[in-house]
Design a binder for this molecule. Sequence first.
Ligand SMILES: Cc1cc2nc3c(=O)[nH]c(=O)nc-3n(C[C@H](O)[C@H](O)[C@H](O)COP(=O)(O)OP(=O)(O)OC[C@H]3O[C@@H](n4cnc5c(N)ncnc54)[C@H](O)[C@@H]3O)c2cc1C
Length: 696
Amino acid sequence: MRTSPAIWLAAWLLQANLVFSDLVGFGLHPFKIYCASACQWALQAYPLECSEKIPKGFLGWATTSSECKANDTAWLTTLAWCLHVKCRAHRMSELQAFWETDATRDMTNFGNTGTPVPPKWSYEESLQQITEPPRKMPVDTMTVLNFTALVPEIEYQAQLNTALGVTKEQETGAEYGVIILVTGFGIPIILTWLYHLPFTSGLLSKITPYLTQPSSIGTYSVRSLPFLLGNAPTIGQAAYIAIFFIINIVLMSVNYQSMQPHLYYPGESMEIKAYIFYRTGIAAYALLPLLILFASRNNVLLLWLTNWSHATYMLLHRWVARLFVLHALVHSFLALPIFLPQQAVVDSDYWAWGVVATVICVAILFASVLPLRRWSYEIFLVTHVVLSVILVVGLWYHVVLWIGLDSYGYETWIYAACAVWFFDRAARVGKVLKNGVRRSKVTDLGNGYIRVDIPRASFANDGPGLHVYAYFPTLSLWRPWENHPFSIVPTSLMSRVERQRPEQSSGSSSPTAKESGVHINVHDVEKQNGFRDTASAPLETGITLLIKKSMGITKHLKATDGLLTLMDGPYHNTSTREIRHCDRLLLIGGGIGITSLLPWIASHPNIKLFWSVKESARCLVEEVHGVLSEIEKDVRVGRRLDISRLLEQEADVGYCNIGVVVSGPGGLCDDVRAAVVAVGKKGSTSFELDVDAYSW
Ligand SMILES: Cc1cc2nc3c(=O)[nH]c(=O)nc-3n(C[C@H](O)[C@H](O)[C@H](O)COP(=O)(O)OP(=O)(O)OC[C@H]3O[C@@H](n4cnc5c(N)ncnc54)[C@H](O)[C@@H]3O)c2cc1C
């Protein structure tokens, strides 16, 4: 039984709610009453009768335990008087509540650390001990406080500003972190849902050729930019990236409030710098779950909530990563002038982990450049995963060794990131286990083309646009975890047509595979949908992969009858809904790209296939020739397609909307994108485009 997406979503949101209730400013409030905490801190430095004595010859503060404070008359009466004077706006019950939980805490750090010990008197009883208003202040931090004192105003104010300023900034930072995460996550959902509203869909399809389909840089999209600089986003993707960067920059720039005198950051400029330092650090943490989500195979946005493609999310993953590094670098560079003069901070473990995390995230960025991914995808992948794990560990220690758990709740972002990561990995393992161990039949088609028939795949007939990650553990004993994405074709589709072959050769009007040029068969809906002999043929529930050997694991594929195979999948590259709803469907393929087009053949009643292959791929044409026998097609061996012309011809027929699915080399995919944009802008026919390029 399939679990409904709504249940998954509800579970996800519930989990998100639980996780974020532990975040500062949301469920977590380090200071219940600022004035009370400021009183307590202002007194913290003065030794009491029961404080641990400082050895002779040593300078510094005495340590005062919670037990000592709980039983010390001077502490309790001085604190009670300060609360009475400074916290007039608060009710007696609030002050009593503070008294019970916080009056004796060890306050050596922000956030209330230490376990409270119940004071010997209640707040009210402590006040009753004061017979007349105190007039004297404590002498100094080396002299024992043994009378009811007035808290020095300047110290109180500095403590209040520090507590208020730093905590308010943490709360603002956390709030902005949540905004960043929610907008990053929510924009794709809102845009997808907008698309489905009845009154917007017409308008959106008009602006599609201007906004979502064209590339932002020339016609580069699947092809890399010159010098392997990476992939250019489409205008729609660029708009998301720009909006997201702007949101981040604005949120990092507004709403700072200086509160001087400040104990930690003297001077307004230093204080604001410190707040930017905090905020960029928090923003980096907040991006972490989104960063991992966009890269996952089992990404809830991709699986259920949006119609954006896997390739889009991979592209966005890279941009969110750049933003993450930007925040981390601003955070780190601002830390230098603020903390380098403080030797204790520089010597601390959390500083060291911060340095590790910054260096690692920059290293990941450089180790992910396109030339490296092209040089060896597997080395890139392993390095990427290992460095990312070290990064997450570094971020964990950076925050936990700094402030401890549950102080500001920044570990929440790490929990959320790990939850996304574990969900993806667990779903992968679950899918592999569900699909089971299979023995595949591998056939060498010649010229570097391979056919792999994997028996009994429950998803074989789930429709077009699917791929699986195939594991062939016996092909690479040193890297049994290696897995690669391949488009799937139902074996039943291949074999049904194989049974038809004799019929075709005896008098069918279909051209043979060896012919090239334009061939248009009369369209026959019934035949295309039914494949005539399906009813009588035993349906095979396996899948077929057609693979072009490359330089990695696929190089080792050889003909055999029992190749050990595991499958993680199926996954869809993008939603096929819009394409299916078009009046006409054009399938445009180059070379091995035919694999992802074949399953479409049985999915739409009005299809035409355009496929061009090199002479060396003739074996592929022969292999699938039977499958194509019943459809309108233009198959060219050794000759290129004139994409613009063919799209214009189709548009001239007067279809209302035409779906175009293209799969093949980057150049072909980009040409089709450019032509769809150009023709879409000209006429009254609107185009839906699905680019299934075998790379991301
Ligand atoms: C959604 C999708 C569907 C695909 N369907 C097919 C198909 O039906 N038939 C086919 O022949 N090829 C298909 N490919 C391409 C195929 O995945 C690669 O050719 C294969 O991974 C190469 O394996 P290798 O170890 O021999 O490659 P290598 O020679 O090591 O790498 C060649 C290139 O393949 C890409 N690549 C390698 N590993 C991966 C990976 N794990 N994930 C993504 N890209 C990778 C990289 O860009 C790399 O530069 C598809 C790719 C994608 C993304």
